[in-house]
Write a protein that binds this ligand. Structure first.
Ligand code: SF4
Length: 595
């Protein structure tokens, strides 16, 4: 502030993450955006929430405080699926845990209100976004109020915040009072009155005591997620109404390019003297697009980033690569080019009229919509151009790949296998039991098997020793011990070994969490099995890791309980050859040898 001769800030950001001036981090990106629009911005990263003086370090901001828990929900960041405390935090220097409070948005908002009486507060980020309605909280094992009500913040921004935050800042800067900011897309607020044409969903009081009301509220709210046609949603909380405006419109290519062209240093704040694991992971990666139209039931991304794919132009991506490759630590490897799903770059709905009123949560499930543009040309052209960049030696794809799109994207698939896998390709079937994938809204085993066969055949033909690492979830709603036995047998038959299992965590706001809480699918009304006991959860996890010696006793118990001892011998027979032992390895060709 001194160097810039600023006597005060316009906006003070509070973040639960360390400050990394990189476009992958929300606070840094939004701060740069406001800065480029002429506002004076400061970021208070991981402040000690128990000390009001820390919040006064940069003085009282002129307009408002923008508060976020960081890139993750603070409860997900702090606790495992088994509700045990995590020992590290990837978003903190040195990976040290404990630098942010539980329910960070609420704690920071209270601290700011204590430090600056009457200062407007705007909450955002994934924690605020996905807890905007009354929601089931796994850690408290009860339905909590909207985080806007609990935090007593003035405004909540949900989804990607650029347009809403800029509008709030400009209007407050123009002297509009806070209580006039009621019509901004992508925001929520509390009020006594409500608009006439709004969709009213069951109140907090109703959903907290009735699972039927909860499911009804979830279903009604899901119907208002289309940014082109959604109506205002209202959920009463006591004597007040939570009012949720329709989602913000997706950014255009030019708008997204502008955001990524901001002058990020791409470095953590110089005061840190320890590495930040999350930064190390994304330091040499490039975000090519946002959004995902997969609509997986457990995923927060569709709810947060939206279903519409927003892609950057190739030129903007290349400018970022020029910038990245001129940094002194760059060694010629781009660790990822992607977004929530790598092979959705440049894709979207091919029927704008249908898109405006579309109510499908997924363009891929239960079948691929006829309106979906699936061409792999934008992505293949982009990757080819990056391969020809004079300072780039290798480009890998670490973002997930939707393999049900690959049959329509054969060139992308071929290029991916030949140039961008780096030995292991992570894909996320999440389960190979069709009963479970139907609940997850994922493609079933048949599609995964076809992908796996093609992956192996092509890799073999290329003389490349590379393997698929499947990501699987245990204990997802709908998953029984029988389903997990089916998964274990699938892994055995297909010579796949899983080293890590994601145990289902009911994170706020997802469809899977709704089903976990209510025991019913809110759309079909069907009762769904929920693995709740510690024993069943342990056995399900053990089945995916059946090949480990420490899992054997649990696997035998699971087989006994399910009357499937007939498959014990098959599961425990000596391992077959590994999926990759197909051909002596040729020297892996250097990416650039294909120029
Ligand atoms: S019409 Fe089809 S392609 Fe378009 S948004 Fe809806 S589901 Fe997706």
């Amino acid at each position: 502030m001194k160097a810039r001769h600023w006597e005060e800030l316009d906006v003070l950001f509070i973040s639960g993450d360390a400050y990394i001036d990189h476009p992958a981090f929300g606070s840094a990106l939004l701060a740069r955006l406001l800065e480029s629009n002429g506002f004076r911005v400061g970021i208070l990263a991981q402040p000690n929430w128990k000390d009001p003086e820390v919040f006064r370090t940069m003085g009282r901001p002129r307009l408002f405080a923008a508060i976020s828990a960081g890139a993750m929900d603070s409860m997900v960041n702090h606790y495992t699926a088994a509700k045990k405390i995590r020992r590290s935090d990837a978003y903190t220097p040195g990976g040290i845990a404990g630098k942010r409070p539980n329910r960070a948005v609420i704690a920071y908002t209270a601290a700011i209100k204590g430090a600056f009486k009457g200062l407007p507060t705007v909450i955002g980020g994934i924690e605020a976004s996905l807890r905007r309605l009354a929601h089931y909280d796994y850690w408290a094992d009860k339905v909590r109020r909207s985080i806007l009500i609990d935090s007593k913040a003035d405004l909540l921004i949900y989804g990607m915040a650029e347009t809403a935050l800029l509008e709030i800042t400009r209007r407050l800067d123009n002297g509009e009072p806070l209580d006039k900011l009621k019509n901004i897309k992508g925001t929520a607020f509390a009020a006594k009155s409500c608009p006439d044409d709004a969709i009213k969903i069951p109140s907090f009081e109703q959903v907290s005591v009735s699972t039927e009301a909860y499911n009804q509220a979830f279903k009604l709210a899901s119907g208002q997620e289309n940014p082109f046609s959604a109506k205002v949603l209202i959920q009463p909380h006591g004597s007040r109404n939570l009012i949720i405006n329709p989602p913000a419109l997706p950014l255009s290519e030019a708008e997204l390019d502008q955001v990524y062209d901001l002058p990020f240093t791409r470095q953590p704040h110089p005061s840190y003297n320890k590495t930040i694991p999350a930064f190390e992971q994304i330091r040499d990666s490039i975000t090519s697009h946002r959004g995902c139209f997969g609509g997986c039931a457990f995923c927060a991304i569709t709810h947060h980033q939206g279903k519409t794919i927003q892609s950057r132009s190739q030129e903007s991506i290349l400018r970022e690569i020029d910038n990245l490759s001129s940094q002194k630590n760059f060694r010629g490897t781009i660790s990822d080019v992607g977004g929530p799903t790598a092979n959705m770059y440049g894709l979207g709905c091919g029927n704008p009229e249908a898109e405006k009123i579309c109510q499908r949560p997924s363009c891929l499930f239960p079948n691929i919509c006829k309106n979906l543009i699936t061409s792999d040309q934008p992505a293949t052209r982009l990757l080819e151009t990056i391969r020809h960049h004079k300072k780039v030696k290798h480009t890998f794809i670490a973002s997930g790949v939707r393999y049900d799109l690959l049959p329509m994207q054969q060139q992308y698939f071929a290029d991916l296998l030949q140039h961008h896998v780096g030995g292991l390709l992570k894909v996320a079937p999440e389960s190979t039991s069709d009963r479970v994938t139907a609940v997850m809204r994922k493609p079933g085993a048949e599609i995964f098997t076809r992908f796996l066969e093609q992956f192996r055949q092509h890799s073999h033909a290329l003389g490349l020793r590379q393997a698929v690492v499947p990501y699987l979830i245990s204990n997802h709603p709908g998953s029984t011990l029988e389903d997990m036995i089916e998964v274990a047998l699938y892994l055995k038959h297909h010579r796949l070994k899983v080293e890590q299992v994601q145990d289902f965590t009911p994170t706020p706001g997802s469809l899977s969490t709704c089903i976990y809480h209510t025991g019913k699918d809110p759309f079909s009304g069907k009762t769904i099995h929920i693995p709740r006991t510690a024993k069943e959860r342990r056995l399900q996890k053990a089945l995916i890791l059946y090949h480990r010696a420490e899992s054997k006793a649990d696997v035998i118990e699971a087989l006994k309980m399910s009357r499937r001892k007939d498959v014990a011998q098959e599961l425990f027979s000596s391992p077959q050859s590994k999926q990759t032992n197909q051909k002596p390895r040729k020297n892996r060709k250097h990416d650039r040898s294909h120029k």
